[in-house]
Design a protein around this ligand. Sequence first.
Ligand SMILES: [Zn+2]
Ligand SMILES: [Zn+2]
Length: 338
Amino acid sequence: MSPTLTYKAAYFRSPESVVLKDTTPGALPSTDAMLRVDACGICGTDINAIMRGAAEDTPVGHEVAGRVVAADGSVTHRHAVLESSSACGRCISCRNGQPELCRDVKTFFARPFFGIAEYMPAPEISVLDYEGMSPEVATLSEPLAVAIDLASTAEITPQSVVLVAGLGPIGLMAVRLAKLAGAAYIYASTYRGRDKRNALAQEFGADELIYEDETPLADRKLDPAPDVILSTVPPTAIGACVGPAARGAVIVYIGVGHGDTDHIHLPANAFHFKKLQLRSSFASPALRTPLALDLLRTRRVDGEKLITHRYPLADAGEAIRVACRDKANAIKVVVVNN
Ligand SMILES: [Zn+2]
Ligand SMILES: [Zn+2]
């Protein structure tokens, strides 16, 4: 790859402050690949970072699909996504059959090059070929791999009664995965007015929507009571799941706290006497990307239904604004390079 390659990439300080800057990565490690980016999804993590406000121009975008660039700089026909992090395959944990505990994870997150851009360099080990779907749908393999880890950490069976808390894209995917796993009954907690998400949750398999603006989740009595709770809400909201939980329920959560949201409060006695379990799901390394691609290719998870907005790179600011603010209409917003 030529060290003189220069391309446009989006940098944010806030949704209102976006610049497209010329970026020259220069000489890259020999273990790197270069992608010509075809599409990059905007994720809740990106939105939170931008809404908190960055002190300096910050590149974002980790849901990436593109084509591999050859050594001579030409764009090949090899369509690929990026694992957001990859097990090294060599450390003691990897060699001991526990790649999920890899001690030397390879990830582009440690570097200043991200996917809302024309090109993106990334560790070669993270490049995974795909076929049979559009680049926009392929970008969903990243959040879907997260949702797969969330759902599989809960061990859903055909007798499970599942509650999914939070209906962002990962929550919606979790509803679908619970349905595919054969859950007996699926609740989704949401808010009135989020019409697109609420309708899609039902289409993906939710039997009942429960509205937090009617009754706070902590005060809900549900019949049947959920014995699997998949939480995609901020950590500070997890304690509310104890109220409706069945005896013996497993609560699994994703979501990272920042500053004063970096804690979990649980009603300790209810948690104890109900014999509950709390498990965290952290899909790094992203070990379920091949399964995610297969679910998307076969439409067992219909990615097109999640994608509500597409914007060209030049309109990356508008894409971020819509993703941040339009909870009624936006589910997944994707930036696309033609
Ligand atoms: Zn993400
Ligand atoms: Zn390893």
